[in-house]
Design a protein around this ligand. Structure first.
Ligand code: SAM
Length: 274
């Protein structure tokens, strides 16, 4: 179930994930980081910057972070070492195969967290059911994912719509839902949570200053031609090399817009496990 991952782990992809913190990526979870001794599971941790931030907020507790990619697990481990964080452990692992992961047991975590993971899964409902099994009664599950169709920007420039349509088509071709952010609460209901045990909210990311635009557009310009996204676009017949080159130019042009503004909306849920 962990494959295929639309982005892969090219440097441009990891750069976009490495900017992430608890504050900018899981604000919905902050009210539940209310004890220094919580035990947290971070599912699909990527390069681990959110994991390390979570660990620093539970100094007497621990965070176990799993990801099927050994390359990112290695990177995340190094990042935690550099930050001097000793209560985070990173392990190669898939949420669907959690029984194979040392230290993962049913009902053993106060918080089970997944950020920008469900959009890459062919079976997000199955993943949430597994996460539910791993959460202690009285604990919470926190999930957040973007909604690609709700992304918006200013000014409208040639090619940006083409990029978004292509991204959505490639993700759907991989049998994933790029708009899953809008229905996380519905998936939770399907997983057996009563509506009253689910908090649904949204959080946004905005890129507008020259530095923010350089960061965000640069990442997408590189991703478009260097990550797994290129391979998937071409192999699926949804784009040619020329189409992708045109999209790179679009990102480079947008980056230079002094009054550029790019905004993403993320769906967020907290599920209370009884
Ligand atoms: C978009 S990245 C998010 C990384 C991190 N949570 C963050 O926000 O910085 C999605 C991650 O989910 C991982 N992933 C994909 N399928 C998974 C699965 N079945 N179980 C656990 N992790 C998975 C990928 O390897 C990838 O590193």
């Amino acid at each position: 179930m962990a494959k295929p991952y639309i982005h892969g782990h090219h440097a441009s992809v990891l750069r976009s994930h490495s900017w992430r913190t608890v504050e900018n990526s899981c604000p919905h979870l902050i009210p539940y980081l209310n004890s220094p001794s919580l035990k947290i599971l971070d599912v699909g941790c990527g390069p681990g910057t959110i994991t390390v931030d979570l660990a620093s907020r539970v100094p007497n507790g621990s965070v176990l972070a799993i990801d099927p990619s050994s390359a990112v697990v290695e990177k995340a481990t190094k990042y935690a070492e550099e930050k001097g964080v000793t209560n985070a452990r990173f392990q190669v692992g898939d949420i669907f195969d959690w029984k194979e992961i040392e230290g993962v047991e049913e009902g053993s975590f106060d918080i089970v967290h997944a950020h920008q993971v469900f959009q890459h899964l062919q079976d997000p409902l199955g993943a949430l059911k597994e996460m539910k099994k791993l959460t202690k009664p009285g604990g919470v599950i926190a999930v957040r994912d973007v909604d690609y169709s709700a992304i918006t920007w200013y000014p409208e420039i040639d090619g940006m719509r083409e990029w978004l349509d292509l991204y959505i088509a490639v993700a759907k071709g991989l049998k994933c839902d790029p708009n899953i952010g809008r229905r996380l609460h519905a998936i939770a209901m399907e997983a057996g949570f009563p509506r009253s045990d689910i908090e649904a909210s949204t959080g946004t990311w905005t890129f507008s200053t020259p530095e923010e635009l350089e960061f965000w557009c640069g990442i997408w310009a590189e991703r478009t031609v260097q990550s797994n996204f290129k391979k998937s676009s071409i192999e699926s017949g949804l784009a040619t090399e020329e189409d992708l080159e045109r999209i790179v130019h679009t990102w480079r042009a947008f980056e230079k817009k002094e009054y550029g503004w790019f905004a993403l909306i993320n769906g967020q849920i907290i599920c209370h496990v009884k």
